[in-house]
Design a binder for this molecule. Structure first.
Ligand code: SF4
Length: 520
């Protein structure tokens, strides 16, 4: 028998009509107003504080909900259910499987009627009850996408648990969460909040992985698998060990994460998660152990936060810094670059490139400025780097034009633009985030991929020359007749439309006049 203790929400679930029929990614203001009117003011106000926007406040890449979806799909014994427009769910599931999710994504469909009458909430509740099998799951995560959030579908009225399976409901609308990075924090923060409440209520199950007998440091941010190992080696001389990585891979790791006295906010955008750690009385340290100077400062900050004796902090530095300096010197980068991305680690990557000898002109991050990246931003600015938070694609493209770098690291559209100009480029997500960044391993790794890309410069120039003159955008290719420039076509169409409109107004006026004069 299910143990659903939630109040009956059928009377007020989703009583507001959807503001748009299709849940387009646009019309942010309309969707926000609708969500506020439908009872989501508190949630949106919290998101506005946690994820400040401006000047770039619209997702320019994938749907933000992909971030939280991915976090849920990577957790063991966790079911994920989406509630949103079918087109959004299609895109999200497609992307999750493209990234190798190998896990079913649940979907509760809706139509105008179920949304307006509140039946959608009932359908979600029913599906959650059906799924809540403690043999299979520890947790069910239900996510409201744009339209159900704007319509006020009240996931907070779902039961906290059913048959011992935890139910976590989150709103992840594109009009409230600017990037998919921050959507990861929405879910991680919600799960930490739930786990913290469980800890407050009494003893909880120990994590499955054996726990260290040393004080641990929780690592905040999705890391390349080698990085926690490398960080563990950096911490060892201080008598500290690596704790869990948040977002975690299983529920019980959340208890271990909350138990660490120090939290390393390696990725700086986990505002809601940091709030939970601070509420649990933990110290949070920003930046990360990248390069010699970054590692030096990070070991000092972590050691102090953990109350480690100064001589042990020095011992940790002595063990790590000469090795990192040696690797950096053995793999120098001699080039000018721009770096941009939406992973939150852009500033760290730029620091490492500069310590490797590279000249970084510009760093753009789609993430906001937070206290946890303040030291990195100051370090970069002191070296003449233009640092831009909430950077848009336009900012990145302008930087490429202004600085004409030897290499551009960035998102897909920036890389495409760089290729079109014959500039070697690297995808941040696929090629930079997919390798170690911290400690000794990170120092050697980044130069390898950057120098390999730079070696392609001659090939890029050759390709640029080869394709020169084939046209661009809609005029690219081989045509029997010269293709019409679409901008010219648009002007022609506008003129035609204006003439048509004028004729129609004139005809209406003339009819009205005739009617007024009694002529039929
Ligand atoms: S859920 Fe994502 S894809 Fe759908 S409308 Fe919102 S931002 Fe766009």
């Amino acid at each position: 028998m299910p143990t659903d203790t939630s109040p009956d929400a059928s009377s007020d679930a989703g009583t507001a009509a959807p503001p748009t029929s299709g849940g387009q990614c646009g019309s942010t203001q309309t969707l926000k107003e609708a969500a506020r009117a439908a009872g989501k003011s508190e949630t949106l106000a919290r998101y506005e504080t946690d994820y400040p926007v401006g000047p770039h406040d619209q997702p320019q890449s994938m749907c933000p909900a992909f971030g939280s979806l991915r976090v849920g799909l990577r957790m063991r014994r966790t079911a994920t259910v989406l509630s949103g427009s079918a087109c959004c769910v299609y895109g999200l599931t497609f992307t999750s499987h493209f990234y190798g999710a190998r896990r079913t994504v649940g979907y509760v469909p809706f139509d105008s009627e179920t949304l307006v009458t509140g039946k959608l909430f009932e359908d979600i509740r029913e599906s959650v009850h059906e799924l809540a099998d403690p043999e299979r799951y520890d947790t069910i995560i239900v996510t409201n996408l744009c339209v159900p959030t704007a319509s006020g579908v009240p996931l907070d009225l779902l039961p906290d648990q059913i048959n011992g399976v935890r139910i976590v409901g989150i709103d992840v609308p594109g009009f409230g969460i600017p990037t998919h990075a921050e959507a990861k924090d929405v879910l991680a923060g919600a799960m930490l909040k739930y786990a913290r409440r469980e800890v407050q209520q009494g003893p909880v199950a120990a994590p499955a992985t054996p726990r260290s007998d040393k004080p641990t440091v929780t690592l905040l941010g999705e890391l390349f698998p080698a990085d926690p190992v490398g960080i563990g080696m950096l911490l060892a001389p201080m008598g500290l060990a690596c704790g869990p990585v948040v977002p975690t891979r299983e529920w019980r790791e959340l208890y271990g994460a909350l138990d660490s006295p120090v939290i390393a906010a390696l990725h700086p955008f986990y505002t809601a998660s940091v709030r939970e750690f601070e509420a649990a009385g933990r110290s949070v340290v920003g930046s990360a152990p990248v390069g010699v100077e970054g590692t030096d400062a990070w070991l000092e900050a972590i050691g102090r936060a953990a109350g480690v004796a100064p001589e042990l902090i020095q011992a940790a530095k002595d063990a790590a810094l000469p090795a990192i300096a040696g690797v950096l010197a053995a793999a120098p980068i001699d080039a000018s670059l721009i770096v941009s991305g939406y992973e939150g680690s852009e500033l760290l990557v730029a620091r490492l490139i500069i310590e490797s000898g590279g000249h970084v002109h510009y760093v753009g991050s789609a993430c906001p400025k937070t206290p946890w990246s303040a030291d990195d931003a100051a370090w970069l600015k002191a070296r003449g780097v233009e640092v831009r938070f909430r950077a848009s694609l336009e900012n990145d493209l302008a930087a490429m034009s202004a600085y004409e770098p030897d290499l551009a690291i960035g998102t897909t559209p920036l890389v495409q633009a760089a290729k079109a100009r014959g500039i070697p480029s690297l995808y941040f997500t696929n090629l930079i985030s997919a390798r170690p960044l911290m400690g000794v391993a990170g120092a050697g790794s980044i130069a390898q991929v950057i120098n390999a890309a730079l070696a392609n410069k001659a090939r890029m120039a050759q390709m640029h020359e080869f394709f020169d003159g084939v046209g661009r955008d809609e005029t690219a290719g081989i045509w029997e007749k010269a293709p019409l420039d679409q901008s010219v076509k648009t002007v022609q169409w506008s003129k035609q439309w204006a003439r048509k409109l004028e004729k129609s107004i004139a005809s209406k006026k003339s009819t009205a006049q005739k009617e007024g004069e009694g002529i039929t």
